[in-house]
Design a protein around this ligand. Structure first.
Ligand code: ZN
Length: 118
């Protein structure tokens, strides 16, 4: 139990720091959305095969849904915000959030896959 919890903490820590899943030191991104092909510290190849990062969309979509739907219902139930404004706000967020979260989704995907398949 403690071992699994530590593995989960490692995944979260390395993912949200955008670090290499092997060493935890090397950065995943050069600048903006441009990713290094290999870890600058340990040499781990990030994109293991063509299409490897397709699974990122599942994480990004899931995180967006987990934010948008509860957010809409929370504002709907606990504020007096007009419904059309509430819908508009969350439509806007459904475009902004995945863009912001994309790098973290990619990092989560890489760290989870590396941990499971290594
Ligand atoms: Zn590394």
């Amino acid at each position: 139990m403690t071992k699994n919890f530590n593995i989960l903490l490692k995944i979260i820590k390395y993912s949200f720091k955008l670090r290499c899943p092997e060493c935890g030191i090397g950065k995943l991104y050069e600048k903006g959305f441009r990713m290094y092909s290999h870890c600058q510290e340990c040499g781990l190849k990030y994109e293991r095969e063509q299409g490897y990062f397709i699974g990122v969309m599942y994480i990004n979509y899931g995180a967006t849904v987990l934010l948008i739907f509860p957010g809409y219902f929370f504002l709907s139930l606990f504020t007096i915000i007009p419904n059309m404004l509430n819908i508009g706000l969350w439509c806007l967020m459904s475009g902004v959030f995945p863009t912001f979260f994309y790098r973290y989704s990619k990092s989560l995907w890489l760290n989870i896959d590396y941990t499971i398949d290594h």
